[in-house]
Design a protein around this ligand. Structure first.
Ligand code: FPP
Length: 238
């Protein structure tokens, strides 16, 4: 990457909202699922590039808790694509990429759950890069779930309400052990978080672009990182 500011720190954890697949297909007079198919190719390309650039953690928003409201055939098409890509993830295993899936997996098919568990188990000791995929994920759902787990521990007498602090809550999130997200990239012109990593993004920088996700290139990814490096990050201080 042509890098004028090699001294500025890279974002450790990047989040990506893969948006604009539907509009990409519509512009071409194609069914929406074709946009997701192209979006999945972009996903694979950006994962590889992130690894080449030395990104340590990258999270992709593949399916939100709200996405079930889409027409059934579109939901099925996304699930099918996901299933197919999980088979292809053996390539990532060969490249020693650690994989983790966040979200409420109980709503997903047995086949998907088995394949996700296999990828997580086989890659758990790799540390070159951690690829996190959010499926049936919602930030509010994640925090609610964490609150429920803590309430259960209090009820069982394992902890006292006075022991509940940020660190404890964080340890009950799906992202336990993963550092907070530093940079969130959202293509397609939308400028919102849509329930993505809402706890973990408290100090994140945002990068928005009008490019639709299937058209998002390696250069666009590098541009987002460059802009991140340019920003002065103060963490609430001066
Ligand atoms: C948002 O675009 C995209 C999704 C809801 C699905 C993303 C899924 C994939 C890229 C494929 C499967 C994932 C993996 C990891 C292989 P949109 O449909 O909301 O686009 P629009 O805003 O233009 O309608």
């Amino acid at each position: 990457m042509a890098d004028k500011k090699t001294d500025a720190p890279m974002p450790v954890h990047i989040g990506v909202i893969m948006d604009g697949n539907g509009r990409w297909a519509k512009k071409r007079g194609l069914p929406r699922k074709f946009g997701h198919r192209e979006g999945a190719k972009t996903f694979r390309k950006i994962v590889r590039h992130a690894k080449e650039l030395g990104v340590k953690y990258i999270t992709f928003y593949a399916f939100s808790t709200e996405n079930w409201r889409r027409p059934d055939d579109e939901v099925q098409a996304i699930m099918k694509l996901f299933d197919k890509y999980l088979d292809d993830f053996d390539d990532f295993l060969k490249e020693h990429v650690r994989m983790k899936f966040i979200g409420d997996k109980s709503m997903l098919s047995e086949s998907l759950q088995t394949k996700m568990a296999r990828c997580e188990e086989l890659s758990k000791d790799y540390d070159i890069m951690t690829l996190i995929i959010a499926v049936n994920y919602g930030g509010r759902d994640e925090i609610t779930n964490a609150a429920r787990l803590i309430a259960e521990d209090v009820k069982a007498g394992k902890i006292d309400p006075a022991d509940v602090d940020e660190e404890l809550l964080q340890s009950k999130l799906y992202t336990d052990g993963i550092p907070d997200v530093d940079l969130i990239i959202r293509p397609s012109g939308e400028q919102r978080l849509s329930n993505f990593l809402i706890w973990q993004s408290a100090y994140a920088e945002y990068y928005f672009t009008d490019i639709l996700w299937p058209d998002f290139s390696k250069k666009d990814f590098e541009r987002a990182i460059e802009e991140y490096k340019d920003r002065h990050r103060r963490f609430g201080g001066v």
